[in-house]
Design a protein around this ligand. Sequence first.
Ligand code: PRX
Length: 632
Amino acid sequence: MSYRINSFEEYKSEYQKSIDDPAEFWAGIAENFLWQKKWDTTLEWEFETPKVEWFKGGKLNITENCLDRHLEKRGNKLALIWEPNDPKERFVRLTYRELHEEVCKYANVLKKHGAKKGDRIALYMPMIPDLAIAVMACARIGAVHTVVFAGFSASALADRINDCQCKMVLTADGLYRGTKEIPVKAVVNEALKECTSVETVIVSERTQWNVKMEEGRDFWLHQEVETVDKNCPAEPMDAEDMLFILYTSGSTGKPKGVVHTCGGYMVYAGYSFANVFQYDESDIYWCTADIGWITGHTYILYGPLLNGATTLMFEGVPTYPGPGRFWQVIDKHGVNQFYTAPTAIRALMACGEDHVLSYGLYSLKVLGSVGEPINQEAWEWYHIHVGKEKSPIVDTWWQTETGGIMISGLGGLSPMNPTHAGYPLPGIQPVLLDQEGKEITENGVEGYLAIKHPWPSILRTTYGDHERCKNTYFNTYKGYYFTGDGAKRDENGMYRIIGRVDDVINVSGHRFGTAEIENAINSLDEIVSESAVVGYPHDIKGQAIYAYVITNKPVETPDKIRAEIIEAVVGEIGKIAKPEKIQFVSGLPKTRSGKIMRRILRKIAEGDTSSLGDTSTLLDPDVVDEIKEGAL
Ligand code: PRX
């Protein structure tokens, strides 16, 4: 691709161009893609409403860019390698031609069942090739995909389906993840009791379990594809038509549906992938995320396929059947770029070095990290034992809302500094703001991280509630997109992300809002009268969840009540949101206006009770001593 940057000098000059004239810069990058009709206006924007439009008037289909346009030169090149949960099971390889055909067939199945452009379709699936195919099939016909991580509960799935009124659900019989077996279809059946918008469910076969199929609503994919044509024209989409919705947690309320659109997302996904990972034509690239998260959307599927890359998709977990699994897969398939999360690295670090030292890992060229700050120790372990001190590490900072990587080194080109994400990608204009929202321009400072100019894959809205989008991201600091993160900028201008400054907890790289967990706990209204949740540092997960709970009767069986609380959270959200610690308290530290002082609760959860600050303004200062004494 002619947008590949090849030296740090070139990065600097491209960055300058992207700042001097962002529209012209991105128009140049967008020329590298296939447009059915060229755009009329490259960029129109203001951050007040907010309204951002890239490549307005342009027509495209992202799947033509991911698949069709590669057929001539790369038809027989591998597009997808699928590595199953159990290493003894056969892996699957699909060439670009095969993937194209599978996507067209699945797209025709969707059409046969009445799906059309603009319809929302929920995907609740294991990490199997059908998931990748299903995502592309939606995009092929212009339906809006909303992938829900298949670890969320039936209730969380139902909330998402209802929020965007999905017409269809694409799923599978069951799922293997490490030693776990999850009855995926049964979860869907449960969720659909609460959803009236869903007319059709398409089910992939993965586990061959006997599942309950509802006649007239549920259909087996393998039977359906037998009846359809293998050609499916790509639906012409406006650049600003919706491509997908992905739900993510914020400080308040229920998770919101972040909306990404076709043109800008495509351009940024393709551009950022090629440059951050320095992908070369014959490389094998592996991102270990789940497609249920934004990392999987942009850097397992769209980014790599837009560049004609070979992308590896893994069904399992890092520690199954043993802690050497990642390294075994890298050697087995000759992986060149490997992209994972600090939490996985820390979990493997805790298993000792032997499992990694017994693999060659000669193929590796670039290592990536994503999802949370990577601590020095984990960075070094990754660098020394996995990268053998020769593969550069790219610490990639970004968010569901940003669509693609924002601040990161470009593999092997940029200077590295452990725990620092580094410099912004071309087109990205980060700033640090002080309490008043004023830009701090010098280096060697710390502040709130915001972005002052739109990039092509910035979120366009939160589904069905534009006010919420405005309030969450554009109202805190007028004229800026606010990230919710705090950051430092060192003397060399490199950024180091500190973490969230709002009420979002990052557990193993997954986002949860404190309010969402509190609501789940408070739903036990027979037992619980109030709760407050905070994050605290955890060796492996980065952060874990600490819940302070006021019960409405004396706690006689604490373990039983704790189990009920956990069950409520697992039921409302999913196992990934389980509180690690639950402390029963008689009150919470509140200001006179009734606001919970989370700062104090965070300090106590961290075990740092020496510097709680001024507690005299609290409604009931004594409660702090009680909480301190009972801390877990
Ligand atoms: O706090 C930042 C953290 O993850 C948040 C975004 O979470 P999510 O939308 O789920 O997307 C995760 C994957 C892109 C950010 O606000 N975060 C993500 N990457 C990093 C990070 N924190 C520090 N360093 C990173 N590399």
